[in-house]
Ligand binder design. Structure first.
Ligand SMILES: Cc1ncc(COP(=O)(O)O)c(C=O)c1O
Length: 387
């Protein structure tokens, strides 16, 4: 039998649907609209008009767990569906027996919502590595893991500067010291290969609203040993061993990761998750990674030649799929570019330009030219950040 070659990265381009047919460089914030998600949402509305909507929705949730498990190299029983990455992180922490290890090691570069979950945890001390507002390396983690560390929380790719951390090194050191490791892969899932076994993590969280090409409203939690910890106290009927028995007086917890699920998920996000994950699982993610790395290197070179300042990781392999262009008022620049069909993602002091399989060299040309035009405009009108 002849093997079917996975689609070339740029073939995903044909799946983008209007009105995001300009240069969508914002998947680090929100996925572009695709024809698959359009179809999935139409299918959801059709299902809504027929008997058996809940069964159809549950079937989609089952598919979503399976597709995510396949994406990260996990077993489906290690995967739970939750409403967002913050709740997924909360559930991971709730599954720990902390003993005398009362410290969570995180980084200034952590997505704030995840750090807030750690800060809100009673009886725990949060320790920070790297330097504010968001510079961090694996060495920074290694220097701070102690025998008091219970959990090490590592973003696989940092949300602002797009630095890809060597999670395996951190995980090995954490495990040697007796601590568990949680990886926030929201800025990586969908745009590079992920393997929970190779990373050596105990937990991984990722949502569907960005590079996974779905909608916001759904995140996955991977748990290496789902039955090992205490029963979750944030729970609901979907966290039961047999949810459909609906016995109000029985609070059991199955040994698989669905014990961390709570109540009814956002149906639209579930349907969209299946659509997005199907697209992503069809791609050769190694090839996608090479494609985005090449585009990021080109963008950085061009922007620097235009006199721009960009934050780059120390080595190409330590760079995520977006580029952080330094600007004092990135929101203003983003609006200006948006009016010219270039969709970007501003975030505290940087304008993020995110690449994916569908990103083309023409998108990068258009973005670099628009940034130059913006500087020209800002210089004359004193509205942006003239330099
Ligand atoms: C790395 C990372 N983690 C988590 C989130 C979002 O967390 P939540 O799903 O809880 O809103 C984001 C962005 O929105 C992110 O970039």
């Amino acid at each position: 039998m002849t093997a079917v070659a996975p689609p070339q990265p740029a073939s995903l381009r044909q799946r983008l649907s209007a009105p995001t047919l300009g240069a969508h460089l914002a998947a680090c914030s929100i996925a572009p609209r695709t024809s698959e998600v359009d179809h999935a949402l139409r299918r959801m509305l059709d299902d809504l008009g027929r008997p058996g909507f809940w069964q159809a929705c549950e079937h989609q949730a089952t598919l979503a767990r399976e597709l995510f498990a396949r994406l990260v190299g996990a077993d489906v029983d290690q995967v739970a569906i939750l409403p967002n990455a913050s709740v997924a992180a909360y559930q991971a922490a709730a599954s720990r027996r902390w003993g005398r290890r009362r410290e969570i090691l995180t980084t200034y570069a952590e997505f704030p919502g995840i750090a807030h979950v750690w800060l809100a945890r009673k009886g725990m001390r949060v320790r920070w590595c790297g330097s504010p507002p968001g510079t961090v390396s694996a060495d920074d983690y290694l220097a701070q893991i102690t025998d008091r560390t219970g959990l090490v929380s590592v973003p696989l790719v940092t949300y602002r500067d797009s630095v890809r951390l060597d999670v395996r090194r951190v995980a090995d050191a954490a495990h040697a010291a007796g601590a568990a490791v949680l990886v926030d892969a929201y800025q990586a899932a969908g745009v590079m290969p992920l393997d929970v076994g190779a990373m050596g993590c105990d937990y991984l969280v990722a949502g569907t609203g960005k590079y996974l090409l779905g909608l916001p409203g759904l995140a996955f939690l991977y748990v290496r040993q789902p039955g090992a910890g205490p029963a979750p106290t944030l729970t609901g009927w979907l966290g039961r061993a047999a949810p459909h028995t609906l016995r109000a007086t029985v609070l059991d917890s199955p040994p698989h990761a669905r014990r961390y699920e709570t109540g009814t998920p956002a149906a639209a996000a579930v349907y969209a998750a299946v659509a997005g994950l199907s697209l992503v699982n069809d791609l050769d993610l190694q090839q996608v990674r090479r494609h985005t790395q090449r585009l990021i290197a080109t963008t950085a070179r061009r922007l620097r030649a235009q006199g721009e300042m960009v934050r780059m990781a120390s080595a190409p392999d330590a760079q995520g799929a977006h580029l952080a262009l330094v600007d004092a008022h990135p929101e203003a620049m983003s609006v200006w570019l948006g009016h010219r069909g270039i969709v970007t993602a501003p975030r505290s002091g940087v304008l993020r330009l995110a690449t994916h399989a569908y990103t083309t060299d023409e998108d990068i040309d258009a973005a670099c030219e628009a940034v130059a035009a913006y500087r020209h405009h800002a210089g004359h009108h004193r509205s942006g950040t003239p330099r």
